[in-house]
Design a protein around this ligand. Sequence first.
Ligand code: ADP
Ligand code: MG
Length: 729
Amino acid sequence: MSKLRFRVVETAFKKKPAQVEVPAERPSEYFAKYVFNKEKMFKYLPSKVYDKLVDAIDNGAPLDRSIANDVAAGMLKWATEMGATHYTHWFHPLTEGTAEKHDAFVDHDGKGGMLEDFSGKLLVQQEPDASSFPNGGIRNTFEARGYSAWDPSSPAFIVDDTLCIPTIFISYTGESLDYKAPLLKALRAVDKAAVDVCHYFNPEVKKVVAYLGWEQEYFLVDEGLYAARPDLLLTGRTLMGHESSKNQQLEDHYFGAIPTRVAAFMKDLEIEALKLGIPVKTRHNEVAPNQFELAPIFEECNLANDHNLLLMSLIRKVARTHGFRVLLHEKPFKGVNGSGKHNNWSLGTDTGVLLMAPGKTQEENLRFLTFVINTLMAVYKHNGLLKASISSATNAHRLGANEAPPAIISSFLGKQLSQVLQLLEESPKEELLNISGKQGMKMDIPQIPELLIDNTDRNRTSPFAFTGNRFEFRAVGSMANCASAMIALNAALADQLTQFKKDVDALIKKGEPKVSAILEILRQYVKICKPIHFDGNGYSNEWKEEAAKRGLDCETSVPVIYDNYLKEETIKMFESTGVMNKVELEARNEVKWETYTKKIQIEARVLGDLAMNHIVPIATQYQSDLIDNVYKMKELFPAEKAVKLSAKNLELIEQIADHTLYIEEHVATMIEARKEANQIESEREKAIVYHDKIALMLDEIRYHIDKLELIVDNQKWALPKYRELLFIR
Ligand code: ADP
Ligand code: MG
């Protein structure tokens, strides 16, 4: 008899919320305590060094190598005062999460002793022995060297006893091997292209910054229950488990009162996040039971992304101190909502203007329309690529799979903005424009209410929704590195804005006044990118058909979706913006395909093991009990009565036999199919077979396991069930 499940369930119930030690100071006082921010730079660096460093941070000025030693010395002083003994280059390889290798701040002092040391050279560049990071063949083992280089635009911080220095990670031949290097390039590209376009409206603009405000969704599971689920432990999701009778039907979790034990965890997490300079602000229950969300105030995109990665490692750590495990997987449980990471994204200028927000004057609104329409054009042209940028084996369960919404990128604009675009498209030029000579900007573009933010109707089904002063890229997975989506989006917009400038300038050259040239090009664009605009229900089946008619990318197979990265127009876009070249794109796709295969491969192995040594033996044992009972009934009762009394049990015995037979046969078939697939040399082809064949088998086998869960004696079932995983908190 399985006592395990009851033991873990019992202990989970007995857990008391941990007491959170609330610091005596207020958040404003401990915010960024562990961050080497400007305040600390000012205190620990010579003033000339400080000025140069801040110039590099704020204006992207090239960093003078000669100051590296002084910066390192200042950092060392601060870090040792804070109790740090080690440092690490902290980077984002092409895996989930971050990488770090710690070195102590020590060196020989030449007199037989040790001294604390940290030089500029060590700050600026390191050579991690990184041959085992995914690189898609760029670095074969003979040329295994790669190096990490300091990114001064994201401040160093301390975790435990280690000073972490955000870095990019590139090969010796200069190709990016990480997410940060191309992200920084994409941000630079959109900065440059957007500044040029801003000059139509304000020649003073010198810098345009992309902002990112992520919303991190996650599940919490009691640690004991988690440990008793090998599938959660090894794959991050449940590969089996019948739906709980009560799920999210009553809609009683979303925005509900936060359970006490969870609230204690959240409080602790927020305190730790604030100390690391992550400006966390919002917390609430999400739609599914045991699902929650955390969101900070938006920040400059590169920093926001570093903060998200840091938060993902912090949340895991803090959860464990509260007896929870956090699940960042996009779909840990079948039948209830999955988790995403909405990427709220916008552009802002150094003159303090949010470019995706409507303004008070017509000129401001023309600028607003310029940026919104160019964004729509970029998303339209590269809708397949944007989908590829958020596609993964795990996010596929949230987008494109059976119960998930279709994997199609479209943009929701809301009633008001839709009307404005329609007017722009339909009004004859003369009606739309009323340009009187030299006044230039006097024109008659439709009024846009200032308070769009509060007025925008909400459409939760749209993967790319306009929400008043920003776009919300909602298709991003909860586990993902946001950089993947942000690289594609910002690079695509940079390319589009460059095209826009060319188009407008060409008209101006022909003698068209500036404003009317801008309006004319925007009007052409509105017509072209119309197919991307969809305000209806993105989850409906009709939309799938409609989207296909409109020519949007409707592919649902993740390995095939990745082909978008290697389309001619994609390569051209990434190369012309200087974000990535063909070699890098090809190498990264190799990594993507390989990762996809490995994920499904691990799931298939885990499911096979669990099926054969947890599920089938338990079901067979219970079946033997039933058989035993049938025989005993025969001894106790007259034959006819015994048959009648045992009818249900006989039925169950047969059902169990059918299900276990199916499972045994198909686990064997799945193993064979894997062996065959593993022979395939091309990573792309292999991933496709894993998608087309093996991923489907997982679902088929699961179906029979979930049926058995309903039949087999509850006391025998070893694995914690959905009702326990989802409702114990
Ligand atoms: P909701 O769930 O209603 O979308 P949240 O408050 O959970 O809203 O999250 C909104 C996120 O969007 C926050 O991170 C917020 O800082 C961010 N945000 C707000 N305005 C902008 C903007 N202009 N650009 C980028 N992010 C923004
Ligand atoms: Mg949101």
